[in-house]
Each structure stands twice: as C-alpha cells, then as structure tokens.
Design a protein around this ligand. Structure first.
Ligand SMILES: *Cc1c(COP(=O)(O)O)cnc(C)c1O
Length: 420
C-alpha cells in the first residue's frame, strides 16, 4: 500500500498534488511519501513482533539523509556498505550501536572508520578482510565485533544481477568452509565473534529460498555451538521483493513466520536489513512528455527522464507501472506506446508496447515504485543534471536534495595547464 492516489483528478503524494511540485521544482524529479515509508517500516516491524529483532535499514536502497532520518526517528538502525553511507547514517541520527557494515571490499580506511565510530558489527566476507580488520583493530587498540557472512549456495530465483547467495557469486564465505574460518578467527586477538550473516539476493518473490537459507544457517549454528562458539547474533539480510507490476509478492507477515519457524528458538539476537521493501513503493519519478513521435512501427513517448535518472529498466529489465498525473477519464482511449528517454542508447527505454491513455507533449507522467535503487543509482551520463528529490509529509513538501546541475558538475573539471 502507498500514499500516491488521485485526489480531485490529480495524482497526489499524500495531500500534495504532484502537478504543484512539478511546477515548483521542474521535471524530472523524485517524490517520496513519508507516510508510506513509515507504514512499510511499521508493517515489517509488526511482522517480527515477539522476536529479538533490530531492523537495520539498507541505506543503499535510498540514502537521502531525510529518508534515513524518517526511519531513524521510527527506531531503525542502518546497514551501510561504504564510509559515505556510514557518514550519512550517523548524520541522520542512527545510533552507532544500530549500524552494521556490509560489503565485499571494505578498505582499511573504511574498517578504521567503522571501528572509530564503534558501530555494532562489521560483516566479514573473506579471510583476507578478517586479517586486515584484526590488524587495523590492533593498531587502534580495539576489538572488532564481527559476523561472518556465509554464502549458502542457494539460488534466490531473482534477477541474475541481484542474486548474491550462489557459490559462483562474489559474496560471503563458502558455507562449507565457515567452520574452519571461525575456528581460526577465534584465535585472533582483536576479533570478537558475534555470529553469522546471510543475504542471498534482492527482489525475492518466493519464501522458499529464504527458508532454505535459514535452515542452512541454523544447521551451521548448531555445529559451531557444539564446538564451543557462542553465536549470539544472526543477521538475516534483506531481499524481500515488492510488487512492481501488479505481481504478487510474499507478505512481511509470512516472511516473519518463516523466520520464527526456523530460527525463533535459537536464542540469538536477530538483525534484518530490508531496503527495497521499506522505500521501493514510497517513491515515484515524475517526468514530462517532451515529444510524441510516430516511428515506422511504434509510437514513442519521449520523456525528459532517462536511464541515467532511473537505471533499473535498462540494468535489470525492470518493469515499472507508469501512470498519468492528470487522472484519465473513465473509458479514455488507450494508445499502444513505447516509453523512452532522450539518452543516446536503445536501452534507454522504460516500457515497450504499453497501453496508456493518449498523451501529448507537456503531459506529466509518474513512473511508480521508484523509491529504491532509483536516485541512488543516478548518473550524469549525457551530461544531464542529477535531478531533485522531494519528500512529502501530509500537506507539505520539502526539497530534500537540490538539483545538481550540469554547470555545477562542469565546475569540477579542469583543463590541464601543460608546461610545454
Ligand atoms: C542490498 C543489500 C540489502 C538490501 O536488499 P533489499 O533487497 O533492498 O532488501 C541488505 N543487505 C545486504 C548485505 C545488501 O547487500
């Protein structure tokens, strides 16, 4: 459920008409709804009631400070994957002791940053990383609290590019080696082992892969405990999918049931790292039709938004619902169109052969479910602006990131002043 509905014939975010924001900030722009973010967080939290759970919002899904703060105010922690994200989480008010640092390639500097801030846990993804962390912690006179991310070799049945739990994926430590690795790690002087972590992929639309991964985790915990390792904390990652094109996805409540069934009696603190589930449907990308072009075999709606603003369709073949901002009349004529951006790549396509109410140049459209992996993945390809982000709360809106214009970007470039 989200808070983007037609009110008085105009698509609105909560109580603010999208056309009003478009007028003020110009298109394209991202628009998020506070009530939707809060509701998704609440629904997920309720699904985990009765479990010793901490929800560490995966900041990479949408790392705008105001978005993180909205969640921090509700009690969320954060899962970060870079020093930059760690800075954001802290600045947005997430307590250090609710921050987890994930990622396969954390540098010495990033590990030192995490130790300096005394965050809850660093997730270790390889033995070389473990040894570097032990060294860095030693230099700083600290003990690093870690969880070991296991690669359970389980196929999440999601898009290839966001599947992370198969043996051929770069993530985590092979589950069959974890016992050896932890045995050796337990002898390192500057490492404190809290437990295990897992994250098998993103946009999962079935519960079975979660269940299989949790069962594997449970078995490993039993083996490690039998060997004298305490295992007090399990980080279950994120990955629960959202309905992009009216598809059915598992409910957080059903996901919570699987967690309780498989891991509920292990007496471990549990961490969760949802990203997409919290913010995906809480954002839209608002864009204007620049031209309607009659091609030889297709009619094209050419937008002022492009693949550099929202990469998901070109990167993951993602399908996003697209709707008119001005509510179409009932029984309005549908036209079959391809919805494309202006960038010089055929991959710059948001939808093909879509039936939309007839649109004209100047009409506003909203690309839905663009709150996660949208603005954060934007680039300046084709020397286009980084577009504004707007957050709505009830009847008010705020520009939570200004447009970063091409002129500003140009000011960072220098012509070399060669000697000869
Ligand atoms: C990306 C990521 C997440 C969040 O995934 P969602 O599919 O957005 O829930 C959580 N944990 C880790 C380690 C990740 O890499």
């Amino acid at each position: 459920m989200d808070h983007f509905d037609y009110k008085n014939g105009i698509l609105s975010a909560e109580d603010v008409a999208i056309s009003e924001i478009a007028e003020a900030v110009g298109t394209p722009f991202y628009c998020y709804s506070t009530a939707t973010i809060e509701r998704h967080y609440q629904v997920f939290a309720e699904a985990l009631e009765g479990l010793p759970a901490t929800i560490c919002y995966a900041v990479k899904a949408n790392s705008n400070l105001a978005v993180i703060k909205t969640l921090a105010d509700k009690g969320a922690g954060a899962d970060v994957v870079s020093s930059g994200e760690l800075m954001r989480a802290l600045k947005a008010g997430v307590p250090a002791k609710k921050i987890v640092f994930s990622g396969v390639g954390k540098t010495r500097d990033e590990l030192a940053h995490a130790l300096k801030e005394d965050i809850l846990q660093i997730n270790i993804e390889s033995e070389p990383e473990l040894h570097v962390l032990n060294e860095v912690a030693g230099e700083m006179g600290k003990k690093a609290e870690v969880a070991f991310r296991i690669n359970p070799d389980i196929d999440a049945h999601t898009h290839d590019k966001i599947s992370t739990g198969r043996s051929e994926d770069k993530f985590g430590i092979e589950w069959t080696r974890i016992h050896d690795v932890i045995t050796r790690a337990s002898k390192l002087p500057h490492i404190k082992i809290a437990g295990l972590a897992i994250h098998i992929g993103s946009q999962l639309t079935e519960l079975q892969p979660f269940r299989d991964a949790f069962i594997r985790l449970r078995d490993i915990v039993a083996i490690l405990r039998a060997d004298g390792h305490a295992m007090t904390r399990l980080d279950l990652g994120g990955g629960l999918g959202i309905p992009y094109d009216d598809a059915r996805t598992p409910s957080p409540a059903d996901y919570g049931k699987v967690v309780k069934e498989v891991l509920g009696d292990l007496d471990c603190d549990l961490l969760f790292e949802p990203g997409r589930l919290i913010v995906g449907n809480a954002g839209i990308l608002v864009t204007k039709v620049v031209y309607v072009k009659e091609g030889a075999t297709r009619r094209f709606l050419i937008l002022d938004a492009a693949m550099n603003d929202l990469m998901r369709p070109s990167l993951y073949d993602a399908k996003h619902n697209i709707v008119a901002v001005i509510e179409p009349n009932e029984g309005a004529n549908l036209e079959r169109v391809d919805v494309v951006g202006p960038v010089c790549e055929t991959g710059d396509t948001f939808a093909t052969e879509l039936d939309l109410p007839a649109a004209e140049a100047g009409d506003l459209l909203a690309i839905r479910s663009a709150g996660a992996y949208g603005a954060v993945m934007a680039s300046t390809y084709n020397s286009r602006d980084l577009i504004p982000e707007v957050l709505v709360k009830k009847g008010a809106y705020s520009i939570i990131r200004e447009r970063i214009a091409a002129e500003t970007m140009l000011s960072y470039e220098n012509l070399p002043n060669w000697e000869s």
